[in-house]
Design a protein around this ligand. Structure first.
Ligand SMILES: C[S@@+](CC[C@H](N)C(=O)[O-])C[C@H]1O[C@@H](n2cnc3c(N)ncnc32)[C@H](O)[C@@H]1O
Length: 264
């Protein structure tokens, strides 16, 4: 398994621990003073099974489909698994999960509070086909086994605009390369990774990285203005657009979008 070794995301308390698996004897997730860290570790009974944090997001690699509070209908092993990176408080994932009861959803964000709020909302609406992960996207290869993810999404990743911050961007070539094996292969309708951003410089960075990885990924669809043909993009609502996307559309910013799939 290829893993991300670079130290990224300095805002994340575990930024210096990216290189090792939880199976390494010398690896342990750090504790945090964030009150939501404690809340996530000691979930009330109504939220149990709806959120996982840190170590627990890496313990069921390869068996996630069987870990949801509601198993897929008829326990189908081919129920699609959707994973959203940077899901915030789960606005999009929650709606998708409500609308598609036969699919399974995992939303990932490294903000403790957002993940706790996400689980609270899932419990409130009795949505049981999702799990919220408090985790860092850099550790994706530790969370999922090869071919386990049917659909992957990363919507409006933090752009890390300043030159000195750019090393923190998630979608660098090393990370994109490490994610490709996790996507399902051999089914033309699955294994798709969709990225959207309003940030032209980050988008150009991603497109350049994909050019470097042209032996790894094929580009299925690429747009510099996703909603150009829509008569009134401001009317779009979650989950067709994300929380941040709605704000960017309101500000008149074009949305950049790329869908990719690993080459077989
Ligand atoms: C700009 S917000 C976009 C939120 C949402 N996707 C939307 O479009 O409305 C970026 C989100 O990604 C999360 N995030 C950034 N880097 C991350 C990482 N390496 N791992 C997990 N979450 C991350 C942030 O905490 C934040 O919630």
């Amino acid at each position: 398994m290829q893993v991300v070794t670079e130290q990224k995301h300095s805002k994340d308390p575990y930024a210096n621990q990216m290189a090792r698996s939880i199976l390494s004897p010398d690896f342990q997730y750090a504790t945090s003073k964030n009150i939501y860290w404690d809340k996530l570790k000691n979930l009330p009974s109504g939220l149990k099974g709806l959120a996982l944090t840190d170590h627990d997001t890496e313990t069921h690699r390869g068996t996630w489909l069987s870990r949801f509070l509601s198993p897929p209908p008829d326990n189908r092993a081919d129920a699609p698994l959707h994973v959203e990176i940077g899901c915030n408080a789960g606005h999009v994932t929650l709606e998708w999960a409500k609308q598609n009861p036969s699919s399974r959803y995992i939303g990932i964000d490294y903000k403790f509070k957002m993940i706790y709020k996400f689980a609270e909302k899932a419990a409130k609406f009795d949505v049981r086909n999702l799990i919220a992960f408090r985790a860092n996207a850099d550790r994706l290869p530790y969370m999922f086994a090869p071919g386990e993810i049917d659909f992957l999404y990363m919507f409006f990743p933090d752009p890390w605009e300043k030159k000195a911050q750019r090393k923190n961007r998630t979608a660098d070539t090393e990370w994109l390369r490490s994610v490709a094996p996790l996507l399902r292969k051999g089914d033309a309708t699955r294994g798709i990774f969709h990225i959207k951003t309003d940030h032209r410089d980050y988008f150009d960075f991603i497109v350049a990285n994909l050019e470097e990885l042209k032996d790894v990924y094929e580009i299925l669809d690429l747009s510099y203005d996703l909603h150009a043909k829509h008569p009134n993009p401001k009317s779009l609502v979650i989950p067709e657009v994300t929380l941040f996307e709605r704000l960017f559309i309101k500000d008149g910013l074009p949305i950049h979008s790329v869908k990719i799939r690993p080459k077989v």
